[in-house]
Ligand binder design. Structure first.
Ligand code: ZN
Length: 183
């Protein structure tokens, strides 16, 4: 028997219904038909908010809750990040280095501190770690502050505009449901 499908109230993909009439568990990435990034989904991975909730055909409540609990908070945090970056704060970069040779070998991680106005440079030091012999020399590239800030600002603005689209998308879907019921 083919499974009955309905529209998820969060990602708006067609998803199988469980026997109780609720949307089956699904993730953003597994569901076809909608490219990651469309309607703001690039910022949310994993189990979809609409899993286990009633489909859009039944109610707009899933979309209302998704907007209130996921999209609007994400929008506020994206806005805060854009504001924070406009004050030219000190930035941090995580640098990784393989301790041995393979991809799955343990990694050393360091946080590089990039102060406003700093130029690119290379950081080199011997790792000191009592238990392990023969560790290689740590090398990490410090990016220039201005180019790093520029790329962080670009990312933050991209994220904000994606989430702003998602806010509009949800609001539209809620309004469409309400007017369909009124008709
Ligand atoms: Zn979904």
């Amino acid at each position: 028997m083919a499974k009955i499908k309905a529209t998820c109230g969060a990602c708006f993909s067609a998803v199988a219904l469980n026997a109780d009439g609720r949307i089956a568990r699904h993730g953003w990435r597994e569901v076809g038909g909608r490219k990651a990034g469309q309607h703001g989904h690039a910022w949310h991975v994993g189990n979809c908010f609409g899993s286990g909730r009633l489909p859009y055909e039944t109610t707009a409540q899933t979309t209302v809750d998704y907007l209130d609990h996921v999209v609007l908070p994400a929008s506020a945090s994206a806005r805060r990040e854009v504001d924070r970056l406009s004050a030219r704060p000190t930035l941090y970069v995580e640098a990784h280095m393989n301790l041995w040779y393979g991809r799955n070998d343990p990694k050393a991680i360091a946080t590089l501190v990039i102060a406003p106005g700093s130029e690119p440079r290379r950081y080199v030091r011997e790792l000191v770690c009592g238990e392990v012999e023969g560790l290689p020399t740590w090398k990490a590239d410090f990016p220039a502050y201005d180019s790093l800030l520029q790329s962080r600002v670009r990312d933050a603005n991209g994220r904000l505009s994606t989430i702003t689209e998602a806010v509009a998308f949800c609001a539209e879907k809620i309004a469409a449901w309400t007017s369909a019921k009124a008709a």
